[in-house]
Design a protein around this ligand. Structure first.
Ligand SMILES: [Mn+2]
Length: 367
C-alpha cells in the first residue's frame, strides 16, 4: 500500500502581524492570506485525494483566535472527509484543559494527539500507525521523543511532532536528530522550525506555508508525496502566495539621487515586485550632499512595489583631511582627532564618526 500524504504545520492562523513593519491595512491583508493559504491546502488534499493530512503544530495562534475561528478550521476539515487529518499541537496552539481545541466537536476525520506522552493512532484501512504528542504549555525542556522506536514494521509508521531537532539545548522540545534517524519510522513529520528542510530523506520540517516575517525568506510551501513500506517519496512543493526577499543595494559616491532610486527599483522585475515583500539594504558610500530620506523614498516607490522596507546603511564620502583642516580649532576637528585615536579601521568607530559629523556639520550650516 502506498499512501498519499500532505505534511504541513506552522500556519499560525489568526496572526495579526503587529510587530512587522506593515501598516494596518497590509497587516490585515496578510492575516487573511494565511486563511486563504490554509483553504488552498485543503483544496490540494481534495485534488490529490490525500489519504492523510499531517499537521505538525502551530495550526493557529491561540492568543488571537476565537471559537469561531476554530469552527471555521473544522468546517474546512469536513470538506475532505476521505482524508484523515492528524494533529500534534505546538507551543502556539497548546492543548491545555481550556484549549480552543477542546471547545468544539471536531469532524470525525480529525484526530488530535493528547499532550505530554507519545501515543499512537492506528488506521487499519491504510495499514498505517501514526505516533505523536501535543503541547500543553509554552515551553518544553524535556526530550520527550528520545527513546521512541517503532513496533510493528509490517505497517507504515509515521511520527508527527512539534519540536527542535536543530539546537541541542532548546526549550522547545529538544529532539536528538541521530536517535530519530535510527528510530525506524517510514516518515517523521516535524513542525516548529519555519524554514522548510529535510533532515534525512524521511525526516522533514514542513516550514511555514506562508512566511511570517523577514526572518523567513526563501521559498515556502508544503511537503507532499507518497509513503510506502518500500520507499518514502515526500518533497517540498512551493505554496506561498508571497515571499519575503532581502536584497542588498550597492551604491557609490558617484551616483545621483535618481540613480539610487532606479537601483532600488531594479532589485526585481515588475511582476515579482507586485507580489513579494522586499527589504532593500542600501550599502556603500554615498555623495555626502545627497539626502536619503527613507520615508520619502518609500512613499515615492509606493506604486512600484507591493511592499518595500528600506534600510540605509550607507556612509557619506567625507574628505576627512579637508574637513579637519577647516575645523582644526573647533569641536568638529576635535571630534575627528578623538575618533581617529580610537581607530577608524573599526567599523563601529567609523560609523560613529560619520553619524557624528553629519550632525555637527548640519548644525554648523544652520548657524
Ligand atoms: Mn511555529
Amino acid at each position: 500500500m502506498e499512501i498519499r500524504c500532505i505534511h504541513t504545520g506552522d500556519l499560525h492562523l489568526g496572526m495579526e502581524f503587529k510587530s512587522a513593519s506593515f501598516d494596518k491595512k497590509q497587516a490585515n491583508t496578510r492575516r487573511l492570506e494565511l486563511w486563504e493559504t490554509f483553504n488552498r491546502i485543503i483544496d490540494r488534499c481534495k485534488e490529490i485525494k490525500a489519504h492523510i493530512l499531517l499537521i505538525a503544530g502551530d495550526l493557529f495562534e491561540d492568543e488571537y483566535c476565537s471559537v469561531a475561528d476554530v469552527k471555521r478550521i473544522d468546517s474546512k476539515f469536513r470538506e475532505i472527509s476521505n482524508t484523515k487529518i492528524v494533529i500534534s499541537t505546538g507551543n502556539h496552539d497548546t492543548l491545555g484543559r481550556r484549549s480552543l481545541y477542546r471547545l468544539i466537536k471536531w469532524s470525525d476525520n480529525v484526530y488530535i494527539f493528547e499532550p505530554n506522552n507519545i501515543s499512537k493512532v492506528e488506521f487499519n484501512d491504510i495499514n498505517t500507525v501514526i505516533w505523536g504528542l501535543s503541547w500543553d504549555k509554552k515551553l518544553e525542556r524535556d526530550s520527550l521523543l528520545d527513546n521512541i522506536s517503532t513496533e510493528d514494521t509490517s505497517r507504515l509508521n509515521i511520527l508527527l511532532a512539534h519540536g527542535d531537532a536543530l539546537s541541542k539545548d532548546s526549550e522547545y522540545l529538544p529532539i536528538n536528530k541521530n536517535a530519530l534517524i535510527n528510530s525506524g519510522f517510514n516518515y517523521v513529520a516535524l513542525g516548529h522550525i519555519h524554514k522548510p528542510q529535510f533532515i534525512s530523506s524521511s525526516i522533514c520540517y514542513c516550514g511555514s506555508p506562508e512566511p511570517l516575517d523577514f526572518g523567513e525568506t526563501g521559498s515556502h510551501g508544503i511537503i507532499e508525496g507518497t509513503i510506502s513500506l518500500e520507499d518514502t517519496k515526500m518533497s517540498f512543493v512551493p505554496f506561498a502566495k508571497r515571499e519575503f526577499i532581502i536584497r542588498e543595494i550597492p551604491i557609490n559616491e558617484n551616483m545621483s539621487y535618481n540613480e539610487i532610486i532606479d537601483r532600488i527599483k531594479s532589485i526585481d522585475d515588475k511582476e515579482n515586485r507586485a507580489i513579494n515583500l522586499y527589504r532593500g539594504i542600501i550599502k556603500g558610500t554615498r555623495d555626502s550632499q545627497i539626502n536619503l530620506n527613507i520615508k520619502d523614498i518609500k512613499e515615492y516607490l509606493h506604486n512600484e512595489f507591493y511592499y518595500i522596507d528600506i534600510i540605509d546603511s550607507t556612509t557619506p564620502d567625507y574628505d576627512l583631511d579637508k574637513i579637519y583642516n577647516e575645523n582644526s580649532n573647533n569641536i568638529v576637528g576635535l571630534f575627528i582627532k578623538e575618533m581617529e585615536k580610537q581607530g577608524l579601521d573599526n567599523e563601529i568607530v567609523r560609523d560613529a564618526l560619520y553619524y557624528g559629523l553629519e550632525v555637527l556639520l548640519s548644525e554648523k550650516v544652520k548657524r
